[in-house]
Write a protein that binds this ligand. Structure first.
Ligand SMILES: [Zn+2]
Length: 266
């Protein structure tokens, strides 16, 4: 029997293939550990969601054990140092980063999610693969990276009643949403742009693609307009190693509810 397939990252066809979930195992374990003590009621559902996520079977062992596992190791270190801390509202947070490793890991997550869900930005993420693999830093310039913090927020009383018994549903919902999503932003005169989101606890990273024809001035203009619409968001830049912002971005309960509208409809 011939098994015809090619690796989604390197295109090779003769390497052994691997199988894994969207959230790498080492990170998934950290998330479970970090979130164990709270939100018992919700975590049961979150656990189901993660198990229900289809696994990827189109990555070769060389890619998986090579650049991908380096990127995963980097993000696990950042998780231990930074993402594991739930940020409070109005807290001043300085986020330190290794720009290319961070952005490449986010693009890997986006590409994996895009293939699972047949998302409209799959082609853009495919075109960025030499950057994601760590072979062409220049190519990554067509993607801008932003960070927005989510803050703990009370769950309105009426919703708490609807959701379950009092001891199950927390009064304050903390940002413990971990997901990869996609949205669209429309800016007058600039058209529509797809935005990729990767949320890790309090930290939501957003990736904005630009077309090769957009030019530096248009990209700068877009960043300016985008930041006006995203409260508390800041751009993460290659020329720096850290960025500071105030934890006043998104209300984590609204964010959670929007991401799970279907799960919450009676
Ligand atoms: Zn490969």
């Amino acid at each position: 029997m011939t098994d015809t397939w090619e690796c989604a990252y390197c295109g090779l066809t003769r390497e052994p293939r691997t199988r894994e979930h969207l959230f790498p195992t080492a990170l998934h374990q950290r998330l479970q550990k970090a979130n164990k003590a709270s939100h018992v009621f919700w975590l049961r559902r979150l656990g189901k969601d993660i198990k229900g996520e289809p696994s990827l079977k189109d990555v070769c062992r060389r890619c998986n054990n090579g650049f991908m596992s380096d990127l995963d190791a980097y993000i696990c270190r950042e998780f231990d140092d930074q993402f594991s801390v739930i940020r409070q509202r109005y807290e001043k947070v300085t986020f330190t980063y290794d720009f290319h490793r961070l952005k490449r890991w986010l693009l890997k997550m986006a590409y994996n999610s895009a293939r699972i869900h047949l998302a409209p930005d799959t082609f853009a993420l495919k075109a960025l693969l030499p950057y994601t693999r760590g072979e062409n830093d220049r190519l990554g310039r067509s993607v801008r990276l932003f960070l927005q913090l989510s803050y703990p927020a009370p769950i309105p009383a009426a919703e708490r009643v609807r959701l379950g018994s009092e001891d199950e549903v927390p009064e304050i919902w903390e940002p413990r949403l971990n997901r990869v999503g996609i949205s669209e932003v429309a800016i007058a005169g600039m058209g529509r742009k797809l935005i990729r989101h990767v949320a890790l606890q309090s930290y939501t990273f957003m990736l904005a693609y630009s077309k090769p024809t957009d030019g530096a001035a248009a990209n700068k203009e877009f960043a300016y307009e985008f930041l006006k619409r995203a409260p508390g968001a800041v751009e993460i830049k290659a020329s720096q190693m850290q960025v500071s912002t105030i934890g006043d971005g998104a209300n984590s309960w609204d964010q959670f509810r929007q991401s799970r509208v279907n799960a919450l409809v009676d």
